[in-house]
Unconditional design. Sequence first.
Length: 433
Amino acid sequence: MVVLSERAAVRRLHDRLGFGPRAGDLDRGFAETRDRLLGGGPDPGAAATPMPELAPPPDRPGKNADQAAKQQARTTVQAQATQAVGWWLDRMVAADLASVERLTWFWHGHFATGEQKVRSPRLMLAQNGTQREHALGSFTDLARAMVVDPAMLLWLDGNSNKAGKPNENLSREFMELFTLGIGHYTEDDVREAARALTGWTARRDATGAQLVAKRHDNGVKHILGAGGDFDAESFVDLVLGRPESAPFVVGRIWSRLVSTTPPPPDTLSRLVAAYGSRRDITALLRAITGEAAFHDSATSLVKQPVEWLAGLLRALGVRPGGLDEKTRTQLLAALRGMGQVPFQPPSVGGWAAGGAWLTTSAGVARLHAAQLVTAHADLGAVAKARDKVAAIGDLLGVDAWSDRTRTALSGVAGNVRQLSTVAACAPEYAVSG
């Protein structure tokens, strides 16, 4: 194992717990940077980028409505959805403590919920706010909130889950994808858990979910070997109390923030202990950053498109909210071309990881996005530098260029915008090493 230098380890902290460093971020030490990212406190950048207040989506036109009315309703919802995506990307860039946004992004992928079925950008933003509130707190509190979250209920058919006719979608995905993993529950557990979740309903024009008493099953349920009149909260507590839950959640966080190679048993035991009975996300992250694998130069992760773009915008000091509407539209189109748009996961399983993002078509979209960003960046420091290739590396937070990449960058160093565009698409930046 080759241990990262302190500067490289600091860069990795910013990559894995945030969206990459800004100018000056690599001048702080590892311990100071970790404490700052995980310590909470005021965030002027985030505070200056408040969540937009969206109106309820328009009522869906009836079957007999004319096409113009239907199109108008679709256009209104689409405009709100685009506004929500643009706002969150801008917030990722504006935040001074990017760890909160990065973990909110992680939980969005973990509890993946899609606007394409929810059809209420306002409810998607409400879920986003809940995930942000608990992003670095207790997984117990987060899981309790998600199981009755309005957007989640609409996404996984909670409105169809009622006494006498339970819908199993939410109970199944909650155990399989969110808390336990495959193989740690039975079909009987799914059916009985669905009964525990009956009665919770959500409306697209409301702001919260409601428990309708007459739709809730008050009978005894038998879930995971336990019997009782379980409801949503006690079901969550039962599941999280299973010995399989903590290793599953720890493993999911590890795979997205450290390595796609699972942690060895001794490492996993230490991390589960740090997570503890309080299911403390911050304590877990602090423990993760102390593990040898976190400091191993061979431990790399391919950046997801949103992570890559947010990091590039932060590094080059470009705020999406400050761009003209045409450029913002093109930037979101480039994200779509790379295969990832916030609030639109492909399924309840969330987005792919690893090399799935390094396709030829995604590379073309990435190049276009980089061109859009560098066209609006202040690259004066790079232009004035004697070694422009090294200068763009410093600006992007790249530890070192390979000989092959340096040769390619040297060939376009006469044009700083082209140089910056190519550097942003280089493997050393597209992959968090």
